[in-house]
Design a protein around this ligand. Structure first.
Ligand code: CO
Length: 182
């Protein structure tokens, strides 16, 4: 069963530049930043009620996200729906001959248990399915802290807005910045 739209992902060339619109001009709040090793990307979350805007920036040149950016430029990348049971949803879709990118769930951005549906079956939109699991907040925290360590030690270059967020995270040592409130 579909519960709600969890997030809309937007591919950007630079997180800080994108934040100058999404956060500073539009007024959304930055709630979390992390590096996603599997997807070779950097992501930032800006909650809007029960859903979030997710900014995604590729950090290598040969990931799926990087190729998307090279080919199509910045813009909406995918829509993610929260479901109550992802395994059940995937097997139902398989029975209905829907083309799945992930036949079994993977752990994506922010430790989320997710799977993608191929745009061929969805009228041109990359659709992500997501199920909330108990370990998600831990994975989310670990990734933010490890990014903060890299950035603060100088081994990764990052814009001022992102650095300020990560510094605050390390200083507070506090999970309230990164655990979703909803
Ligand atoms: Co997503």
């Amino acid at each position: 069963m579909i519960k709600r739209i969890d997030h809309i992902a937007i591919v950007v060339e630079d997180i800080d530049t994108a934040l100058s619109f999404w956060r500073d001009t539009l007024g959304l709040e930055l709630s979390h930043v992390e590096e996603v090793p599997d997807q070779q990307s950097l992501v930032a979350f800006l909650p809007t009620g029960v859903s979030e805007v997710e900014l995604v920036k590729p950090i290598t040149n040969d990931s799926g996200i990087a190729r998307y950016l090279q080919k199509k430029g910045p813009g909406v990348h995918h829509i993610c729906f929260e479901v109550d049971n992802i395994d059940e949803t995937l097997s139902t879709l398989k029975m209905k001959n829907v083309r799945l990118i992930n036949e079994t769930p993977i752990f994506g951005t922010a430790g989320k248990k997710i799977a993608f549906i191929h745009p061929q079956s969805t009228h041109g939109v990359l659709v992500e399915l997501y199920e909330l699991t108990p370990i998600e907040p831990q994975i989310r925290m670990q990734r933010a802290v490890s990014l903060a360590d890299k950035v603060l030690s100088g081994s990764q270059v990052m814009g001022a807005a992102t650095i300020a967020f990560l510094k605050a995270l390390k200083n507070n040592g506090d999970e309230k910045n990164i655990v979703k409130k909803n």
